[in-house]
Ligand binder design. Structure first.
Ligand code: PBG
Length: 327
């Protein structure tokens, strides 16, 4: 055979393969989602997310120490309040669970970077991501509460605000409130391209945030849509979003790819609870090689164009990077 091009030439040995790798990753681009709850001495495993826990404030330092050791220096905080009401007042309370966690964690681990999820669903008695008007979420009334929540996070020490509610105009509303409060330098990472997805199932178990009736389809996106994702991303950038997130990750890498080519802000991919649960369950059955699957999922997100990867596997991935097995 007279073959001029032989792609296999560049695959002949580990050194060479690594030299020509196209995707390089770094631990600093990982964000680990963390659930904090009221109470004392609690470290509760989430049944549908083996290996992931809800922590009470006093247990938080153990986890943060572990993360720092692994080289994971960014977390995203989710709060589990012990009181829910119609308007989700726990979300913006000065002594709300996330606000308390921020104060506590920041004083002990000032080197960590704290992103906070801004949404109402963990705090409303009906489990929807905003205040209701009849059976639907009232967009504009919800904006006021989201802005208030974001400001209270910033006041408690949040380094970055990540709104996940999917209300129209929330980035603008939050930006305005943060600026008025003097927090012009706190970035917003918008869950801009967030689909109504069954992949969030285990998270809703973890946070007790499943909607009491109906679903989230009147605010989260229909997963059949691609151009609408671009519309959401561009709108959020116009409103002042500093980083655009695509969520979930694995079944939505087309969106990561397309958006990362079209915009000039960093793009984040969130590998959500259902992705984590599937890997854990199949690995437990002995049907897949957990570590290699985790690596492929992570590299896939970066290869698609993500610069930031939010994942419950952050510690495992950091270890794989450290040992040179991926990236
Ligand atoms: C809050 C929120 C959700 C997730 C992140 N922020 C749940 C939802 O929209 O129902 C899901 C994260 C995951 O599944 O890991 N709205």
């Amino acid at each position: 055979m007279e073959l001029i091009k032989r792609p296999r030439r560049l695959r002949g040995g580990a050194n060479l393969r690594k030299m020509v790798r196209e995707t390089r990753m770094d631990k600093s681009s990982l964000i680990y989602p963390l659930f904090v709850m009221e109470g004392n001495g609690i470290q509760e495993e989430i049944p549908s997310m083996e290996g992931q826990y809800r922590y009470s404030l006093d247990r938080l330092p153990y986890k943060l120490e572990q993360l720092e050791k692994a080289g994971v220096n960014s977390i995203m905080l989710f709060g589990i309040p012990d009181h829910k009401d119609e308007v989700g007042s726990g979300a913006y309370a000065q002594d709300g669970i996330v606000q308390k966690a921020l104060r506590e964690a920041k004083s002990r681990f000032p080197e960590m970077y704290y992103v906070t999820d801004v949404c109402m669903c963990e705090y409303t008695s009906h489990g929807h991501c905003g205040v209701l008007c009849g059976h639907d979420v009232d967009n504009d009334k919800t904006l006021e509460l989201l802005a208030k929540t974001a400001l209270s996070h910033a006041q408690a020490g949040s380094d970055m605000i990540a709104p996940s509610d999917m209300m129209d105009g929330r980035v603008a509303a939050i930006r305005k409130e943060l600026d008025l409060g003097g927090y012009t330098n706190i970035p917003i990472m918008s869950y801009a391209v967030k689909y109504a997805s069954a992949f969030y199932g285990p998270f809703r178990d973890a946070a007790g945030s499943a909607p009491a009736f109906g679903d989230r389809k009147s605010y989260q996106m229909d997963f059949h849509n691609r151009r609408e994702g671009m519309k959401e991303a561009l709108m959020d950038i116009e409103e002042g979003a500093d980083i655009i997130m695509v969520k979930p990750a694995m079944s939505y890498l087309d969106m990561v790819s397309e958006i990362s080519k079209a915009v000039n802000v960093p793009v984040a991919a969130y590998s959500v609870s259902g992705e984590y649960a599937m890997v854990k369950a199949a690995a437990k059955m002995g049907w897949i090689d957990e570590e290699r699957i985790i690596g492929e999922m992570a590299v896939g997100a970066y290869r698609a164009g993500a610069q930031i990867y939010i994942t419950y596997f952050a510690e495992e991935i950091a270890k794989m990077m450290e040992e040179g097995r991926i990236g």
